[in-house]
Design a protein around this ligand. Structure first.
Ligand SMILES: NC(=O)c1ccc[n+]([C@@H]2O[C@H](COP(=O)([O-])OP(=O)(O)OC[C@H]3O[C@@H](n4cnc5c(N)ncnc54)[C@H](OP(=O)(O)O)[C@@H]3O)[C@@H](O)[C@H]2O)c1
Length: 277
């Protein structure tokens, strides 16, 4: 079966988590290329601002509020796309949260929220998206994972675990979706230099700008590659590092992230909040 690549004439591109960051930048990029882009997040005002910003572009933005942790919300969003705006041609499942986990200060809520948004949230979007695409025998899906899903990294006990699960989820679904005419891809960004980012808990090597991230993703969505990973050299290096014996992997990652120099967490070294939160 030929790979389906969604073009503007095929219908709507849906992006979850488009009120800020990568999802927002990608929505603008795809709208500039002529796509009709349905954007979902909880922050209605920010989505409306995004819609206004895209008003001069050749495509356009449709605002569809929703919380990915609410399965019914996602069913409504998909019904609204299909019955009010057009066919769902592509779903980019991007909504996610990064809650740094420190073993000295564990709390259940960080794990539960990460799993609810990053994992169950993707499942809540996938179910209606695949159902609609299956009925038409075509469609394109891209799941946003992260280089942190390749292997354990400092602070990633919840976030990295969800991203590793998404990698496995996308790989596993591909076997069946290929037969159904639905193309699934994995988006694996390295570190994206967000304008609002303060100091993170560890060094983030090889950051790329939001614009570059959107450019890489938009290009990759039109390629036949299963994985859209960038920046290429850094993501390849982390993937190869995962093949090392653990005796070499942990010292290398300690070095690359600067984690070895970081003192254990205590009252004098409070957790740095992550800007994505
Ligand atoms: N930034 C990086 O360096 C980096 C690297 C690799 C992968 N990623 C991944 O890229 C994706 C986007 O992250 P970002 O860096 O662009 O972060 P961001 O600016 O914080 O964007 C996250 C988006 O997800 C939405 N969101 C969060 N919880 C939601 C919920 N319950 N329901 C619906 N939408 C929700 C947020 O909108 P509302 O709050 O308005 O709902 C926002 O639009 C995430 O999956 C992240 O893991 C980021």
């Amino acid at each position: 079966m030929r790979d389906f690549i969604a073009r503007p004439e095929h219908g709507i591109v849906w992006i979850s988590g488009a009120s800020s960051g990568i999802g927002r930048a990608l929505a603008l990029k795809l709208a500039a290329e002529g796509y009709k882009v349905a954007v979902t997040a909880r922050s209605h005002e920010k989505l409306v601002e995004l819609q206004a910003e895209a008003s001069g572009l050749s495509g356009n933005i449709i605002v569809l509020d929703g919380d990915v942790t609410d399965a019914e919300d996602m069913e409504h969003v998909l019904a609204s796309i299909e019955y009010e705006h057009g066919t769902l041609a592509m779903a980019i499942l991007n909504a996610g949260v990064y809650l740094p986990v420190h073993a000295e200060d564990l709390n259940r809520a960080d794990f539960e929220k990460s799993f609810a948004v990053n994992l169950s949230g993707v499942v809540n979007c996938l179910l209606p998206a695949i159902r609609h695409m299956k009925a038409k025998g075509q469609g394109q899906i891209a799941i946003v994972s992260s280089v942190t899903g390749y292997g354990g990294l400092p602070t990633g006990a919840a976030y990295g675990a969800t991203k590793a699960a998404l990698i496995n989820m996308a790989e596993s679904l591909k076997f069946d979706l290929d037969k159904m005419g639905i193309r699934i891809q994995l988006i694996s960004p390295g570190f994206v230099d967000m304008p609002t980012v303060g100091k993170s808990a560890f060094l983030m090597p090889a950051p790329v700008s939001l614009e570059e991230a959107a450019r890489q993703i938009a290009g990759g969505l039109k390629s036949r590659a299963f994985e859209i990973a960038f920046p290429r050299r850094f993501t390849t290096m982390v993937k190869l590092a995962r093949l090392l014996p653990y005796g070499a992997y942990f010292p290398l990652m300690n070095h690359l992230t600067g984690w070895r120099q970081r003192p254990p967490l205590d009252d004098h070294h409070p957790v740095m909040p992550h800007p994505a939160e």
